[in-house]
Ligand binder design. Structure first.
Ligand code: C2E
Ligand code: CA
Ligand code: CA
Length: 580
């Protein structure tokens, strides 16, 4: 009674129960924000009530405070094992106890908010808000399951990519609202073409689900959709589905008493004949579709090996890549990261360039995956670290402002186990402050090799280098590792920045959600890939720390970067002295 009164005086609404069974019943009817539980009660004891509450989904996260008698260590242990959040001994002043409940409730609210933003980020990262279909990222996960399943059972799998013909014309002439409605209707009709009904999207993007091996429709881009069709092994069987899709789309669409005819071009690829991974299946179906677009629209095209002779190309590229280091064919370009508040350069990102003796510059997106597959990235990455550190030193010697240099690190480098010592050697050799180096890695790098990686990240932190999570939002978007890894900065992937101002109303819920969440975790944020004035205008009203993108400056060789910076200071009327 004393406790109840004290809680009421502290502003809580209190529901009391005479015994454990009644408490469980009450809780089911009116979930509470906090439970204060005695140990000795008629019927069920407090430990059993506590365990039972923890099993109910509504109560999993509710703080439970158990009242044990003074100095009873055994009860304290049992309370802990039963899932209690905290305990207090019975002798305690009820007013103090009420204050403790206040703390517990506030902690829970903070956690709830974090969980909510996590769920939201996850939803937005995996589903298309317009059609509620899985997006490309989620499709990749689904295909991963489907490929594994097909492999284990020696079954086939077809991926069908579909692009609406002349959609942009419809959008331009009829307006975006009609365009949106049309996409929704297409999504709906595609779902009717599936053999089993697609379940409503949930927010459990992370678990392996049997559902993943059903048929799926995903929206992979503006007017692009994909069908994942497990069990379809032959071109004939795939064609049957493709026909069904064509028929479903052939009925004219009715909007505001107007009939809009529609056609789509499709590309199909088959597992295992055309490709062995989800990503490659999508790529090949996509290639087939674009090939089809060129010849005639409204048709369908199968992937055909001659469309791509990539495999052979890759082999010779790998041989060249092996020689590139000794021949000194690598260089670094640097792209500035600017403070959002005043557009001063705070850091630069080092981006690798390969100048091939015959083929000229090759983009990192082309050769990094190859370097990763072959393990060459470990040595190449080491060169990048040493070169970036040397650059920090050169700037310092020249009296240039202290720009941090961000270096990209691949998951393979983590797995190799030598990363920490290599970083420390590069920094030592250059004689620079380790704070001046920031390492950027992706969510994938953290998740894939978790145990070793966790140790490596901690050691890097002890070394004093800064850490950033790259391409945030495109990967697993499970925030749990943000709490386990000492990360300083989130880089919001440019895919989300690109969405800013391209959507109607110009809002970017995912960007906002990521910034809010990063803030609540005490991380700073960088918006990557800022290309347009509109994106920049939007970001200015937001709470991110830095911006980076072509709008401000492309990645440049050192000399060009320094020239750009002089012009930049001038154009923005910043004084060089205050930068240092
Ligand atoms: P990233 O880490 O996300 O790097 C940013 C990429 O975005 C760079 O491409 C940069 O040129 C590009 N970018 C910057 N601003 C904009 C913009 O406003 N719009 C658009 N569309 N793009 C913009 P880049 O240099 O081709 O690098 C591609 C990727 O290659 C990098 O993506 C990174 O994952 C990888 N990479 C580059 N250098 C290294 C390296 O030294 N080591 C490793 N492991 N990976 C590297
Ligand atoms: Ca990066
Ligand atoms: Ca990035």
């Amino acid at each position: 009674m004393l406790v109840g009164t004290a809680l009421e005086m502290a502003g809580f609404r209190v529901v009391t129960a005479a015994d454990g069974a009644a408490a469980l019943r009450h809780f089911r009817e009116h979930p509470a924000d906090c439970v204060v539980l005695d140990v000795v009660m008629p019927g069920m004891n407090g430990f059993d009530v506590c365990s039972a509450m923890r099993e109910s989904p509504d109560c999993r996260h509710v703080p439970i405070l158990m009242q044990t008698s003074l100095d009873d260590m055994e009860s304290v242990n049992r309370a802990y094992n039963a899932g209690a959040t905290d305990f207090s001994s019975k002798g305690i002043n009820p007013m103090l106890l009420a204050q403790r409940v206040k703390f517990l409730v506030r902690a829970k609210q903070t956690q709830d908010q974090l969980r909510e933003s996590e769920a939201r980020v996850r939803y937005l990262a995996y589903y298309d808000p317009l059609t509620a279909l899985p997006n490309r990222q989620r499709l990749l996960q689904i295909l991963e399951q489907q490929v594994a399943f097909a492999k284990a059972r020696q079954r086939g799998l077809a991926v069908l990519m579909l692009d609406i013909d002349n959609f942009s014309r419809i959008n331009d002439t009829q307006g975006q609202a009609v365009g949106d409605a049309l996409l929704k209707e297409v999504a709906h009709r595609l779902q009717t073409c599936l053999r089993d009904s697609q379940r409503a999207p949930d927010q459990a993007g992370d678990s392996v689900e049997m559902n993943d091996i059903n048929d799926w429709v995903a929206r992979t881009g503006g007017d692009e959709f994909a069908l994942a069709l497990p069990g379809i092994a032959t071109a004939d069987a795939a064609q049957v589905v493709a026909r069904r899709v064509q028929l479903a789309l052939a009925r004219p669409f009715l909007f505001a008493q107007q009939e809009i005819p529609l056609a789509a071009t499709m590309g199909i690829s088959l597992y295992p004949g055309d490709a062995a991974t989800g990503e490659a299946l999508i790529k090949n179906a996509d290639a087939a579709m674009h090939h089809g677009k060129k010849s005639w629209q409204g048709g369908m095209e199968f992937f055909n090996k001659s469309i791509s002779t990539r495999a052979a190309k890759h082999l010779s590229m790998e041989a060249d890549l092996r020689k590139a280091l000794e021949r000194g064919e690598f260089t670094l370009n640097y792209q500035p990261r600017l403070a959002l508040k005043d557009l001063r350069v705070e850091a630069v990102e080092a981006l690798l360039r390969w100048k091939h003796p015959q083929k000229g510059f090759i983009a990192p997106d082309e050769f990094i995956p190859l370097a990763e597959q072959s393990g060459l990235i470990v040595e190449i990455g080491d060169w990048v670290l040493r070169e970036a550190s040397a650059q920090v030193r050169r700037w310092r010697d020249a009296g240039w402002p202290g720009w941090q240099v961000a270096v990209n690190v691949s998951g393979v480098q983590f797995r190799d186990g030598s990363l920490v010592s290599r970083v420390s050697r590069a920094i030592g050799a250059a004689g620079i402050d380790s704070r001046m180096i920031e390492l950027e890695f992706t969510e994938g790098a953290l998740i894939e090799y978790s145990a070793a990686v966790s140790k490596a990240v901690k050691s890097l932190k002890e070394l004093g280098v800064a850490t950033a999570l790259d391409d945030f939002g495109t990967g697993y978007s499970s925030l749990s590792y943000l709490r386990h890894f000492p990360i300083d900065t989130l880089k919001i992937d440019r895919a989300f920045v690109r969405d800013i101002a391209s959507t109607s109303g110009g809002n970017a819920p995912l960007v906002d959600a990521i910034i809010a969440m990063a803030k609540s975790l005490g991380l700073s944020t960088v918006a990557e890939g800022v290309e347009t004035e509109a994106q920049w205008q939007y970001l200015k009203t937001r709470d991110a720390n830095q911006v980076q993108g072509f709008l401000f400056c492309r990645p440049l060789p050192i000399a060009d970067l320094e020239r750009w910076h002089a012009d930049w200071l001038h154009a923005n009327q910043l004084s060089p002295a205050s930068v240092a």
